[in-house]
Design a protein. Structure first.
Length: 378
């Protein structure tokens, strides 16, 4: 795949650094267009309350507090990812509640039927998002003050391990860059930062260095965080380096083709860090069809899929030519948010959750996890 370039020049509240350029060459200098998109317009909501383009279908695979595959599905389902498992696959989902939090997994057979479900992490707090690693583990992140990162086994064979060197802060998402052998991390604070963790040995997260993204003239650079594990009353990670860039409410994170895409809910933006050019630019800024920007995932072909926290409960596609359009909408759940979008290994199924479902309860006992099948672009 050819390298992508960015959409437009912005400054958008990240200090005095001017971020020049445009995402995806054909769209340089243009505003994203709110169009029907590559799949056409959404049809009326189906029996599951999900509006989809023609040719797509939905099913409910799990409900919070109900049994699925022999286990009770967790409340407040949040960040997720898929993992290949022989002829089948596994979908992992976090639980964004205090005290019991953690994460669960659903194992699918080759025909898409559910084999079983099981817990892979328990006893943690407000596990929001995270990220998959190239060595097939799931990084589950706590979205709390001095939150932690836990490396878990989606296959359920090994216990979870806290990865202390990845920092203690209000973690959101993680995305692995196998070329530079680093892991990017977002922070859900109004003045949050973008971090990268460089393990001493790629594939072993027990030791390494935590850096923070900083402004450097017309570009950006990385500086080490002096104390990645500050005590409660010490200066927290986002305030330790004066040159650090700050983003308003870091959320989802996705790496592809040399670019780390990450979202900020405060200014309703999708940002992109080009690891080769060492620049940060905006892929999208709020004001159009996409609102309540939160979790993000993507495809090998360059499409991004961004889920809304609130808004009108949509997952929108952002294509390489700059088109922004809804692909999925959940009706009748305005007090919820869409979380955990992740494609099956073959790219034909998209999994996600409505964290609070129709109830809107903050405890998340009404959470619903969906699967949408259709002719997704690869």
């Amino acid at each position: 795949m050819q390298r992508r370039v960015f959409l437009r020049t912005v400054t958008a509240g990240v200090g005095a650094v001017a971020f020049a350029g445009s995402l995806w060459q054909d769209a340089a200098g243009a505003e994203p267009a709110a169009l029907a998109g590559p799949y056409g317009p959404l049809g009326p909501a189906d029996a599951n309350g999900v509006a989809l383009p023609s040719g797509f279908t939905s099913r409910v695979i799990a409900r919070s507090s109900h049994s699925v595959g022999g286990t009770i599905w967790h409340p407040a389902p949040d960040g997720g990812a898929c993992f290949a498992d022989g002829a089948g696959w596994i979908y992992v989902s976090n639980s964004e509640v205090p005290l019991i939090g953690g994460a669960s997994a659903v194992k699918f057979r080759a025909d898409g039927s559910i084999d079983r479900a099981y817990r892979i992490l328990s006893g943690t707090h407000l596990n929001c998002a995270g990220g998959a690693t190239p060595w097939n583990t799931w990084l589950s992140c706590e979205e709390i003050f001095r939150g932690r990162v836990f490396e878990t086994d989606p296959y359920g064979n090994r216990g979870a391990v806290e990865r202390k060197k990845m920092g203690r802060f209000k973690h959101e998402a993680a995305a692995c860059d196998p070329v530079r052998q680093v892991i990017y991390l977002t922070e859900d604070e109004s003045d949050g930062c973008l971090y990268r963790f460089r393990p001493n040995t790629w594939g072993d997260l027990s030791s390494g260095r935590l850096d923070v993204l900083c402004g450097a003239g017309s570009g950006v650079t990385w500086q080490p965080v002096p104390d990645p594990e500050p005590a409660v009353f010490e200066k927290q990670t986002r305030h330790q380096v004066s040159a650090a860039l700050h983003f308003d409410g870091g959320e989802g994170c996705h790496y592809a083709d040399g670019v780390c895409y990450f979202t900020a809910k405060g200014d309703r933006s999708v940002w992109a860090y080009d690891a080769e050019a060492e620049t940060v630019r905006a892929v999208y800024q709020g004001g159009g069809t996409l609102d309540g920007i939160d979790n993000i995932t993507g495809t090998a072909g360059g499409d991004l899929y961004v889920a809304e926290d609130g808004g009108n409960m949509e997952i929108n596609i952002i294509t390489p030519d700059g088109t922004v359009a809804p692909v999925i909408r959940i009706d009748g759940q305005s007090e919820s948010e869409i979380t955990g979008p992740a494609f099956s290994p073959d790219g034909t199924r998209l999994y996600f959750s409505s964290q609070r479902g129709t109830s809107g309860e903050m405890a998340g006992t009404g959470g619903i996890t969906y699967e949408v099948t259709g002719p997704f672009r690869h």
